[in-house]
Design a protein around this ligand. Sequence first.
Ligand code: HEC
Length: 449
Amino acid sequence: MRRRAAFCARIAALALAGVLFGTSEAPAREGEAFVVHGGPVKDVTVAGGVLATAGFDYSIVLWERESGRVRARLLAHRGPVYAVAADPARDLLVSASDDGALGVWSLKEGALLVRTPGHEGKSVAVALSPSGRFAATAGWDGRVIVWAVPSGEPVVRLEEPLVRFTGVAFVDEERLAAADQAGALRLWRWRERRLQWRSEGNGFPITRLLARGGRLWSGAIDGTIRAWRAADGGELLRLLGQSEPVLSLAASADGGRLASGTAAGTIYVWDAREQRAERVLRAPGGPVWALALDAEGRFLYTGHGDGALRVWDLETGLQIAGPRETYVSATDRVAAAFGAPKLFNTCRLCHSLTPDGENKSGPTFYGLFGRRVGGLEGYSYSEALKAADFVWTEETVAELFTLGPDRYLPGTKMPVQKVNDREELERLVRWLAEVTASLEAGANAQAED
Ligand code: HEC
């Protein structure tokens, strides 16, 4: 039985070496401009010379705006990063994450200044006040928190139990607006914690909220993009024509041009004054989770489900940078070529099968079996994994998901997930052991040739 497994592994090794190292046309992830996230790009911001993205892969990337090369990859959040905002004049970037903390970073240093816990559960949006002295975050825990920056001290908590906040925007230094999952908006004089108005929700979650020149703009799951008067919450107008859910929304500095992105990979560019769509762009790369327009509204930056950033010139409507096709990672190619069990679709959101790890949030499975827990050189593990002491085998990996990571390795930054279907779990673990053994054998064979 063992011998047969080894034989199969050997055959697979040769084929896999081709998929991974040999015949493939696809460029290496690090080598290609504007591709680096090991999962969907959840937000993007441009300000001055700064271009920054937030990733499902727990990282923030600072890009060289012209070349698309990575200037720094910022790691400190313990979950997916959903939003970033930057103030180059004050050398600041702030971030909101699934871990509920506010991250404050120095742009120049590419380094964390502070990471302060605040929300109980995910925080999905962040905004900076016009002066750059305050940040606000919106959480699913019913809180909007205003923080002093760069100290990261919470200053004011606005609480609405049972509400999931999904968007936040400063109208000016004193007035703060937030959107929620029921489609309602609220506006406070935040220093006095005084609610000025609340709009009725239509039941459809608002996914994005922006403020421009005394107006609020919201994008929602029902495909509507609406403008609201900040003074009293009156609805001013709707942009009609997009029917798919709005996943992302951006505006030029004067609010004259807007862009919205959808799950189908379509991007709408709007003339807000004429209230009409100027262009509809069809992009590769899957859902458009993230959008940013430069101040003049000429260049559009789009972040996609395939982990890539793309750049468009709106004068011509042409894509000028980033991959022209949907990026398919080596891990996805291996999974497709070697019939990965269904359960692997979950793991591959965060784990790679290749030596380079593909910038995923979790450590690569390459070399997993026989490796000490927390033992991958260069990966930034939680204290929980650093302190644990055992070796990964088919049995221990199976136990991890029978008990659940939170009980097997309390304090881990891998999210809670239990697998109750014993057979499915065993199928996954066996497949992982075979594929990783094959890849390692393939790499060795390649090295010998
Ligand atoms: C949302 C992201 C995410 C998903 C989904 C996920 N993991 Fe993880 N995994 C992580 C992170 C992050 C770590 C590092 C944990 C730490 O340092 O606390 C990790 C660590 C591990 C480790 C320990 C590795 C080592 O080097 O010690 C194993 C084994 C593992 N994951 C297996 C799996 C399997 C199998 C699946 C699919 C059933 C899976 N993970 C799904 C994020 C994820």
